[in-house]
Design a protein around this ligand. Structure first.
Ligand code: SF4
Length: 426
C-alpha cells in the first residue's frame, strides 16, 4: 500500500512540475513515506530525515514526512524535527498540491485528518514503478481492530473505492503495457462491504477485470481468513487471469492466542479455509503471516504455531517478533510481555520451521509445468539467466536465448531450493 501511495504522490507532484531525480542530493523536495507496522520501520524513517536535515545547511531543500507514522505522530513531528517542512497523513495525499504550494511559500504545514480527503483522484497521473506490475488499491483501512495492530488507527475505517473507477484504472494500466495487476487492501476481501451495493464485491471485481482484453494476470492481497467467501473462491477458479495465490495471515496457530489477538477465527476454522482452497486449485500456494511472542503466549501455545505451519503445509510465511504499537490494546498488557530473548529465540525457531516449509513447498512443483512471467534477464558465463514468477508467486529461474522481460513462458520444473525453483523452457 505504501508503494502504491508513493506512486500516487510522485504522480501528483509531476502534475505540478516536479521531476523525480535519481540522486536525493540533487532534490529540492524530499519526502519519506513511512510505515508504522513495527517500531524498526518508524525508526528508519526518523533516521532518514535526520540525514536530510543536515543537508539543509548546504542547500535550501524542503523535507516532507507522510504515511502511517505521520498519521500517528501528527503535529508533534514538526516540533520534534524542526527541519521538517511538511507532514501529511494517509488521508491527505490528494490534498498535496495545495500543501506543496503553502510549503513553497515558506509555511510549515501539518495536514492530518481522520477522514479521507475528498478529491477527484482520477485527475492525477500515477507514476508507476517498472512496467510489469501495477498496484491498484481497492479498499483502504480496516475495521477489525486486532489487538496488536496499528492499521485501524493510521489508515482509518474501511473505505472501498468505486467499482468502475477501479476497472478504468486497471484498463489504463493494461493499455500502458502492464502485465500484472495487484489489487490492494489491508483487508482486500472486505471490498465493497461499506458500499452496500450488490455489484461491489471482490469476486465481481475479479470477474469484471478478467474480461479486459490482453494477456495479463490479476492478484489480490491481503485476505482476512473469514472474509474469503465461496463466491470469491469460485471467481478465482472461473477467471483464467486470476492467479492461484492466496496470502492469508494466520498470526498464531493457537486458538486462545487468536482470541486474545481479536482474530475472528480459531485454528480449526482457518484450517477449513486452507483445505477448501487446496482442494480446488492444482498449483495454488497459500502464504501466511505469524507473530512470535505475543503478550502472554506460552511455550505450548507457540509450539501450536510451529505445528500449524507443518500441518497446513503453508508455502511460506512472513514472520515477526511482537512489537508493541502505541494505542493498541495489546501494548497495554506490559506485565504479560514476553522477555526479548525468549521472543527472539521463538522467532528463530519459527523461521527455521518456515524455511523447511518453503523447501517442501518448492519441491512439490518438481516435474510440474508452470507458466511464468519473465521479470529479469542476466548474462552470466555466456548464458542468459532468466528470473521469473509463476502465477502462484513462486520465483522460477531458467536459461533462455530468447525470453524477454514481460514475456509469458512455460517452464518445466526440475529442481527446488529454499528461495526458488529451477526449470527448462518448454
Ligand atoms: S485485519 Fe490486518 S490490518 Fe486489520 S487490524 Fe487486523 S492485522 Fe491490522
Amino acid at each position: 500500500m505504501n508503494k502504491s501511495d508513493s506512486e500516487r504522490i510522485v504522480g501528483i507532484l509531476s502534475h505540478f512540475g516536479y521531476e523525480e531525480c535519481e540522486n536525493p542530493r540533487e532534490a529540492d523536495l524530499l519526502i519519506v513515506n513511512t510505515c508504522s507496522i513495527r517500531q524498526l520501520s518508524a525508526n528508519k524513517a526518523y533516521s532518514q530525515i535526520g540525514v536530510w536535515g543536515k543537508w539543509k545547511k548546504h542547500k535550501p531543500i524542503k523535507i516532507g514526512f507522510c504515511g502511517c507514522v505521520a498519521q500517528q505522530d501528527k503535529k508533534g513531528l514538526l516540533k520534534r524535527f524542526p527541519y521538517l517542512d511538511l507532514v501529511f497523513g494517509t488521508h491527505n495525499i490528494y490534498e498535496l498540491p495545495t500543501l506543496i504550494q503553502r510549503v513553497e511559500n515558506g509555511e510549515k504545514v501539518c495536514a492530518i485528518t481522520d477522514t479521507a480527503y475528498k478529491a477527484d483522484e482520477t485527475q492525477y497521473h500515477i507514476s508507476r514503478k517498472g512496467n510489469l506490475n501495477a498496484w491498484i488499491p481497492i479498499i483502504e483501512g480496516c475495521n477489525n481492530f486486532c489487538t496488536y495492530c496499528i492499521v485501524p488507527y493510521t489508515r482509518g475505517r474501511e473505505r472501498s473505492r468505486d467499482f468502475d473507477v477501479i476497472v478504468e484504472e486497471a484498463k489504463r494500466a493494461i493499455s500502458e503495457g502492464f502485465k500484472e495487476i495487484t489489487l490492494l487492501g489491508q483487508n482486500v476481501d472486505s471490498y465493497g462491504k461499506d458500499l452496500k451495493d450488490e455489484k461491489s464485491t471482490l469476486a465481481n471485481l475479479l470477474r469484471e477485470l478478467n474480461k479486459i482484453e490482453g494477456k495479463f494476470r490479476i492478484r489480490f492481497v491481503t485476505s482476512y481468513p473469514t472474509d474469503i467467501t465461496d463466491d470469491l473462491i469460485d471467481a478465482v477458479d472461473e477467471c483464467e487471469k486470476v492467479c492461484e495465490y492466496f496470502h492469508i495471515p494466520m498470526q498464531s496457530g493457537n486458538s486462545e492466542v487468536l482470541k486474545k489477538m481479536n482474530r475472528r477465527y480459531n485454528r480449526e476454522q482457518y484450517k477449513a479455509i486452507v483445505e477448501k482452497i487446496r482442494n480446488r486449485f492444482k498449483h495454488v500456494t497459500i502464504t501466511s503471516d505469524f507473530i512470535a511472542g505475543f503478550p502472554g503466549e506460552t511455550e505450548e501455545q507457540f509450539e501450536d504455531t510451529l505445528s500449524a505451519i507443518k500441518e497446513l503445509q503453508l508455502d511460506y510465511s512472513n514472520t515477526a517478533a511482537y512489537s508493541p504499537r502505541e494505542k493498541t490494546v495489546a501494548a497495554k498488557w506490559i506485565e504479560k510481555f514476553i522477555p526479548e530473548e525468549i521472543k527472539y529465540e521463538r522467532l528463530e525457531r519459527l523461521n527455521e520451521v518456515n524455511k523447511q516449509a518453503s523447501i517442501a513447498s518448492n519441491k512439490k512443483f518438481v516435474g510440474e509445468t508452470l507458466e511464468v512471467l519473465v521479470e529479469g534477464v542476466k548474462e552470466k558465463d555466456g548464458k542468459r539467466q532468466i528470473t521469473s514468477r509463476a502465477g502462484n508467486n513462486k520465483i522460477v529461474h531458467f536459461e533462455s536465448n530468447t525470453a524477454q522481460i514481460g514475456d509469458f513462458v512455460n517452464v518445466k520444473i526440475d529442481a527446488a531450493s529454499l528461495w526458488c525453483i529451477k526449470g527448462q523452457e518448454v
